[in-house]
Design a protein around this ligand. Structure first.
Ligand code: SF4
Length: 264
């Protein structure tokens, strides 16, 4: 079958690895589901960072008040443009995002020297009629790459290790587009559970030749699975918070009881 969207991305690869059936629901059937509030906040945070870094690249230096206003507008607009699943009350989510943005401007923003922001890179994948695509959050003037994450808690080393494939893909894309010049890849995680004690951490990722080989093996596994329409369920603990759970496994046991009671 043809590859959906005409490209393969880290996000698609990760979804397929978590659960091929989930990939099918998201990318082949394109079942629309409400955005959860954590994803919403992460997206709005990235919108603010993109605006800030574009301003910096154009020679401006936005102040904190401007950034907070931009966040407020973006949050209101983005959360009204689509259905959102609010696991926490809307105003709590808003305040947490506000605190994350304020932390970024007070503690982190001045240390970045932006060169490119939200940079889309593509390269053909040998043996497959599809391109590998990545959108890099930030490339600095020393050509280092930073990917920003928002979270409710500090990332463990283990979590960073299991997310490194994203950086391996970015490193490969960067090299294919700009040559072997980049020196450093890192995650910048800004985290807080409720917004009252925001912290951040940098996690460096060293990409070696073994990583590159592993990346190609993973891509081959995923690309072959999509091409051959292999989308089995991978049932496990992740089903509990999968957005397609209802389509895939039906109502949760408690909901099932309610439905049965209503049917009676
Ligand atoms: S509910 Fe579980 S098996 Fe079904 S799509 Fe989601 S993760 Fe996969």
């Amino acid at each position: 079958m043809a590859f959906p969207r005409g490209h393969l991305s880290y996000s698609q690869i990760r979804t397929y690895l978590i659960c091929p059936r989930k990939y099918e629901y998201a990318y082949i059937r394109e079942i629309s589901v409400p955005l959860n509030d954590k994803l919403l906040l992460g997206t709005v945070f990235h919108i603010v960072l993109e605006w800030y870094f574009r301003e910096r690249i154009s020679g401006a230096l936005p102040g904190q008040n401007q950034a907070e206003d931009f966040y407020a507008d973006s949050f209101q607009r983005f959360s009204r443009e689509q259905p959102v699943r609010w696991d926490d009350p809307r105003d709590h989510v808003y305040k947490r995002g506000y605190a994350l943005v304020r932390h970024f401007f007070r503690e982190l923003a001045p240390q970045f020297n932006p060169l490119m922001v939200e940079k889309e890179l593509n390269t053909p994948l040998e043996g497959y009629p599809v391109e590998l695509r990545g959108v890099i959050d930030l490339v600095e003037q020393d050509l280092s790459i930073t990917d920003f994450k928002t979270a409710t808690a500090r990332w463990s080393r283990n979590r960073a290790y299991h997310s490194r494939l994203q950086m391996v893909i970015y490193h490969f894309l960067f090299e294919k587009n700009f040559g072997n010049a980049n020196s450093r890849q890192r995650f910048c995680v800004v985290y807080s559970r409720k917004g009252n004690n925001v912290r951040s951490q940098f996690l460096e990722v060293d990409v070696g030749t073994g990583d590159r080989e592993h990346m190609f093996q993973v891509i081959e596994h995923v690309a072959d699975g999509i091409r051959e329409e292999r989308f089995p369920r991978n049932e496990g603990f992740r089903c509990g918070f999968c957005e397609f759970r209802h389509d895939c496994l039906g109502p949760k046991p408690s909901q099932r009881r309610n439905h049965e009671e209503k049917a009676d």
